[in-house]
Design a binder for this molecule. Structure first.
Ligand SMILES: [Zn+2]
Ligand SMILES: [Zn+2]
Length: 248
C-alpha cells in the first residue's frame, strides 16, 4: 500500500481566512506544514493552478498532482511512500478501521469480477471454483472490521467523557440484567442481544443523570446505571441532567 507524500488542501487557515494548507514529508524526513491565503478569490481554476505552483516551490521539485474528491471535499495529492509515518504511532480511529472495510469490499468485487470472466469461457471455467469461497470470506473480514470499529468507537467515547463510563454494561431498558458468554451478551429480561461482551466493557450509553454519593463525590451516568445506583446508594442522590445536558 502506498500513501501520498504531499497533500494540498483548501480550507480555513485562520479565523475568517481561507486558503491552502500543504503538508507532507520531504525525503530527508523533514515535515512540511505551510499555509497560504487564497491566491485568486474570484477564479477557482487560477487559484488551484497558483496553489499547485506554490506547493511545487516549497517542495522544491515539480510534482504530479492528483485531484481527489472525497465526501464532497477536494484535495490534491502528490508523491508516494510505502508507509504513512504519521499514522504508524498514533492510535487507529474507527474511521481507519472502516477504511479497511472499503478495501475489503473493493477486493471482493474484483475477485467476483475475475470469477465471472473466468466462468465466461469453456476453457477457463474449471479454474474459478475457489473464488466464490474466497470472495465470501471477505464478508467475514468486513464484519470483523465493522465490529472492531464499533467497539473502538465506544472505548473512545467513554474515554472522552461523552457517554456513561461505568466499567460494565447494562441493558439500556432493564439495567443489570445482562448475561455474557462467548463474546456476546443478552438481557435476561427482554432477550435483546449484543454481538460483543457488553457486560465486560464500559457502558457507553448516553449520560442522563448525575449520581452523588453521601461523601459528595459525583459522577455522570446513563439512566440504567443511575437507577441502579439509586437502589444501592445510602445517603446519596441521583438527579436528572436538564435537557441541555447541563451538569449542575
Ligand atoms: Zn433488557
Ligand atoms: Zn451506563
Amino acid at each position: 500500500m502506498s500513501f501520498p507524500r504531499f497533500k494540498l488542501v483548501p480550507g480555513p487557515i485562520d479565523v475568517d481566512v481561507f486558503g491552502w494548507e500543504l503538508t507532507g514529508d520531504r525525503a530527508t524526513g523533514e515535515h512540511i506544514v505551510e499555509c497560504h491565503e487564497t491566491f485568486h478569490p474570484h477564479d477557482d481554476n487560477a487559484d488551484i493552478e497558483a496553489a499547485l505552483t506554490w506547493a511545487d516551490g516549497i517542495i522544491g521539485t515539480k510534482q504530479v498532482w492528483t485531484h481527489v474528491r472525497e465526501h464532497g471535499f477536494d484535495r490534491w495529492e502528490a508523491g508516494a511512500r510505502d508507509e504513512e509515518p504519521a499514522a504508524a504511532d498514533r492510535e487507529p480511529t474507527p474511521a481507519d478501521v472502516r477504511a479497511l472495510i472499503a478495501d475489503a469490499t473493493a477486493l471482493q468485487e474484483r475477485i467476483r469480477d475475475i470469477e465471472r470472466r473466468l466462468r465466461g469461457s469453456e476453457e477457463t471455467r474449471h479454474t474459478a471454483f475457489r473464488l466464490d469461497d474466497a470472495a465470501g470470506r471477505l464478508t467475514d473480514v468486513s464484519q470483523a472490521l465493522e465490529e472492531t470499529a464499533g467497539e473502538l468507537a465506544r472505548v473512545r467515547a467513554v474515554r472522552d467523557g461523552s457517554v456513561c463510563a461505568v466499567p460494565w454494561g447494562v441493558c439500556p431498558e432493564h439495567g443489570n440484567t445482562l448475561v455474557s458468554s462467548g463474546g456476546r451478551a443478552r438481557c435476561k429480561t427482554c432477550g435483546r442481544t449484543w454481538n460483543y461482551d457488553r457486560l465486560g466493557v464500559p457502558c457507553g450509553e448516553p449520560l442522563t443523570h448525575k449520581v452523588t454519593d453521601a461523601a459528595g463525590g459525583s459522577f455522570l451516568a446513563c439512566k440504567a446505571h443511575a437507577m441502579d445506583a439509586s437502589e444501592r446508594l445510602v445517603g446519596g442522590t441521583v438527579t436528572p441532567l436538564d435537557k441541555d445536558g447541563r451538569r449542575d
